[in-house]
Design a protein. Sequence first.
Length: 81
Amino acid sequence: MHLSTSRPAPSRTRSRGASLVARATRRGRRQDGMTTAEYAVGTLGACTVGGVLVKIGQSEWFGDLVKDVIDNIPNVLPNLF
C-alpha cells in the first residue's frame, strides 16, 4: 500500500538557515518590513545625513555660495527669454 503526501520531500540542498526562513514564512510570518535593528540603523543614518547638512549649512563658504546665487538671479533671468 502506497500513501501519498501533499508535501514534497524536503530538499537536502537547502541550508539550515534557508529552511528556517521558509518554515517561518509558511507559518504566517512575513519577511517584509523592517526589524527594530534595521530601524535603529536607518534612524542613525538619517540623523548623520541631517547633521552633515546642518554643518554644511552653517559654514561660511555655503553662505557665500547661496548669497552669490541669489545675487546673480537677476543677471540670469533676462538671458532666458
